[in-house]
Design a protein around this ligand. Structure first.
Ligand SMILES: Cc1ncc(COP(=O)(O)O)c(C=O)c1O
Length: 435
């Protein structure tokens, strides 16, 4: 059997098109070979011996990229490892060719995926709902909370539309009051951030609703400290962590958060269409479900928030394999790798006159999203330059009026310092030629 790393794209496509019995076995073998490959790499390169270099070069080969394509915008959508794609195809094939099994046997995996997802973020399975994406998870919580006219919700000025929209809807329908707490685009300390929210809490405040992973600046909000503040003041706390799963070594118990929504297709390698919604045990009965069928009245677990009706179970199998893939490498190793690459990028950028790095240097307040500005409308030019010269994808982000407009660069595990340096070269070149 050809090992996955040696399998060409064309041969891989042929495998998928082969007769179903043969290809199901072939896909299983491919996945097993990828698992063995990671085990062998782990044995060869001990955890603390490979911050960069050969280990990660080999891991990169386990992803399915177009030739020379470099994805450094995981913040929007990340790639899948080959084994995740294999798994997705394997179970879509069941649905295509045997719909009876599609409803009879495929859904049986749901609870075991919930268990694995819960363990991945150090939560209990009855605290995990499986949604479609972060926006859906945020909508489910915000729509389902029983808030009254005049109740206040505190948000920051750095929130995503998928988080602002559902609160605006609630404002219109229930008369709640949204209070925006302005954070400086250069907020650099835990005290500054926690202090800004603490100062805004009034006796009408009910919910602190904030980004964990700020999509504009790359700031990682100090959730543990903010949860402490919220609970000390009797508030619930909701975190929009669209980028968190697969980027950070998450621990719900340590964070103490009430609600946490994340999208595993950005950094974890899952397909679009599956999402995590964590609800702390003590908060489950505070949320009504939104998309229901029978049984919601008696379900006391977070699974009551799973959207009801037929869903694509092939996605669940693929999510399961994405969790396996990340578990094999190790969550803390992944977080460390992402932060090592990010630190190099930020350090190099900070040396260049004219560049303003918007992301904190502190690894407690930052991770794999890195944002910076160059001035002179060079940001959009950099996006084009990197794509044309290196086939490397980044994006612009932020808002000029708020002083946050810039370029956003993700540093996922499958890139190396070589790709980080391509970004730095682009910045230097464009600034040198600005006339
Ligand atoms: C901070 C933040 N929240 C929410 C979202 C929406 O995520 P999704 O489209 O996966 O629901 C994004 C998307 O990038 C985001 O960056």
């Amino acid at each position: 059997m050809t090992t996955p790393s040696l399998l060409t794209r064309r041969a891989f496509a042929r495998t998928l098109l082969a007769g179903s019995a043969v290809s199901l076995a072939a896909l299983d073998e491919l996945d097993a070979a990828i698992a063995q490959k990671i085990t062998a790499l782990n044995q060869k390169f001990l955890d603390d011996e490979a911050p960069d270099g050969a280990y990660w070069e080999e891991i990169r080969k386990l992803f399915e990229f177009e030739d020379r394509f470099i994805m450094m915008n995981n913040g929007t959508l990340g790639p899948m490892p080959k084994s995740v794609f294999n798994t997705l195809m394997r179970y879509f094939r069941v649905q295509v060719s045997n719909p009876y099994d599609g409803y009879n046997y495929l859904p049986a995996i749901r609870e075991s995926v919930r268990d694995k997802l819960a363990a991945f973020v150090n939560a209990s399975p009855d605290e995990v709902a499986i949604t479609s994406n972060t926006t859906e998870g945020l909508n489910f919580v915000i729509n389902g909370l029983d808030l009254k006219a005049g109740d206040e919700v505190l948000m920051s000025n750095l929130e995503h539309p998928g988080h602002i929209g559902p609160w605006k809807l609630k404002e219109k329908r229930a008369g709640i009051v949204i209070k925006e707490v302005p954070l400086s685009a250069t907020a650099r300390s835990v005290d500054e951030i926690v202090g800004a929210f603490a100062a805004a809490i009034t006796p009408r405040a009910r919910v602190l609703s904030i980004s964990h992973t700020v999509f504009i600046t790359g700031l990682i909000m100090p959730l543990r400290e903010l949860s402490q503040l919220a609970h000390d003041k009797g508030l619930l706390i909701l975190a929009d962590s669209a980028h968190g799963i697969g980027m950070l070594d998450l621990d719900m118990k340590a964070l103490g958060i009430d609600f946490f929504a994340s999208s595993p297709y950005k950094w974890l390698g899952a397909p679009t269409g599956v999402g995590l919604l964590y609800v702390r045990k003590e908060a489950v009965d505070k949320v009504y479900p939104t998309v229901v069928s029978s049984g919601w009245e008696t379900n006391a677990a977070a699974s009551k928030l799973d959207p009801s009706g037929q869903r694509s179970d092939a996605m669940l199998y693929a999510l399961d394999e994405a969790l396996n893939f990340n578990n094999r490498i190790g969550k803390s190793r992944i977080e460390r790798r992402i932060k090592v690459l990010a630190a190099r990028l930020k350090q190099e950028l900070a040396k260049i006159p004219g560049v303003k790095v918007h992301t904190p240097a502190d690894p407690y307040l930052s991770a794999g999203l890195n944002a910076f500005s160059m001035g002179g409308a060079l940001e959009a030019k950099l996006v084009d330059y990197l794509r044309e010269k290196y086939n490397l994808v980044v994006r612009t982000t932020g808002n000029a009026k708020a002083g946050t407009f810039g370029v956003r660069v993700s540093t996922p595990i499958y890139v190396s310092t070589k790709e980080v340096d391509m970004v730095v070269e682009g910045v230097r070149t464009l600034l040198a030629h600005k006339a």
